[in-house]
Write a protein that binds this ligand. Structure first.
Ligand SMILES: O=C(O)CCC(=O)C(=O)O
Ligand SMILES: [Fe+2]
Length: 369
């Protein structure tokens, strides 16, 4: 066919505009072709805003909400939730304390370094981690903590935690002891975290409906749920510098591990998701919302019906960026098989049963390879 348009000429003379990235997954490395074009904004059909005030409404209305969730989860598994019920003042208090923590001298943060942890709880310093092996080290500081029944908003007698549950817990106290010089840090951070646990226990019921299961289907699996909280600090670029091709990634391309993530992000922006065709789409902050995205464990349980989408963060701004993700999963000790509503004669289960704890362990072991 003769070349007649500028686009066709360019297609012949320009180098391919795709590059390959390697992702770490629990199943081993996965390779994806990604566009080198500048990311564009995601449109509402791709990452919708869903009003979840209906979560407390009648069953028929809850089912309608679940249908909207199901639809978006089989596309990108990324959506915003509005009217999520977490009070603004709790978010602001946690945000303020997070900044207080990160803006301390290094020596103080080192007291709670991840290097003292058995399970990656605590502080990770700038560029100490590289989530994506084919991208730069992460230009990010983080602080992460695990589910602890002592702080469960659904009060628990910590002496009565069943042994199989207790053996699978990853909570460590040194991160709170080592931050006790910041008087309001622990309370503000955990109070936000408790809101996330409560909201997730409600949302998991919407997910059950969305998967054509009884609403209470997952209730017994979230009594001591995987509930890792984190705060992420992405320093801004130097004023006057050219944030060009050499800009370090804030958090390299990855998928989340557990069932779903609730992400609060400040107004700076920088989150991007990878579309099926390999384009980066910006997921900009929308005031009053949280971002929800599906993780690998839920994708597996749904026989790949709900999608765990690759995402990354770049902070192109001169302003520091803060985000607070919360990673929700099932009780770490509980073996879970592919959901009955996601299999039939022509679509048998693709995966063996596994517990959320074993799944996370498998993935973390891959990082060290
Ligand atoms: O900071 C963000 O916006 C995203 C964080 C994230 O993807 C993660 O911590 O897994
Ligand atoms: Fe993530």
């Amino acid at each position: 066919m003769p070349v007649t348009t500028i686009e066709q000429c360019e297609a012949l003379i320009l180098p391919p505009e795709f590059t390959e990235i390697r992702l770490t997954t629990a199943q081993g490395p996965v390779y994806r072709q990604v566009s080198t074009a500048a990311p564009r904004d995601a449109v509402a059909e791709e990452v919708p805003v869903i009003d979840i005030s209906r979560i407390n409404d009648d069953l028929e209305i809850r089912k309608e909400l679940a249908r909207e969730v199901a639809e978006t989860c089989s596309r990108y598994g990324f959506f915003y939730i509005r009217n999520h019920g977490i009070p603004e003042d709790k978010i602001n208090a946690a945000k303020e304390q997070a900044f207080n923590f990160f803006r301390q001298p290094k020596e103080l943060k080192e007291k709670v370094s991840q290097q003292h942890s058995k399970y990656s709880n605590g502080w990770s310093s700038l560029r100490s981690r590289r989530v994506s092996p084919t991208e730069s080290a992460d230009k990010k500081e983080g602080f992460i903590w695990s589910y602890d029944p002592e702080y469960d908003p659904d009060t628990k007698d910590v002496d009565q935690v069943p042994a199989p549950v207790a053996n699978a817990l990853h909570a460590e106290k040194f991160i709170w002891d080592g931050t006790s010089h910041l008087p309001d840090f622990r309370d503000a951070i955990l109070s936000y975290w408790q809101e996330c646990v409560t909201l997730s226990r409600k949302l998991v019921r919407t997910f059950a409906l969305a998967l054509d299961l009884p609403e209470s289907y997952f209730d017994d699996l979230v009594t001591y749920p995987g509930s890792d909280g984190a705060i992420n600090f992405y320093p801004g670029v130097e004023p006057g510098s050219n944030p060009g091709a050499t800009l370090d990634v804030g958090l390299g391309s990855h998928t989340d591990l557990q069932c779903f993530t609730l992400l609060w992000q400040d107004e700076v922006g920088g989150l991007q998701l990878l579309s099926q065709s390999g384009q980066w789409l910006k997921v900009p902050p929308i005031s009053g919302t949280l971002v929800v995205n599906i993780g690998d464990f839920l994708m597996r349980l749904t026989n790949d019906r709900f999608i765990s989408t690759v995402h990354r963060v770049y902070n192109y701004s001169i302003v520091d960026r803060l985000s607070m993700p919360f990673f929700f999963g099932f009780n770490f000790n509980e073996n879970v098989e592919v959901l009955p509503s996601c299999i039939d004669e022509t679509h048998p289960a693709k995966y063996e049963p596994i517990s959320c704890g074993a799944w996370c362990k498998r993935r973390l072991a891959m990082v060290k390879l």
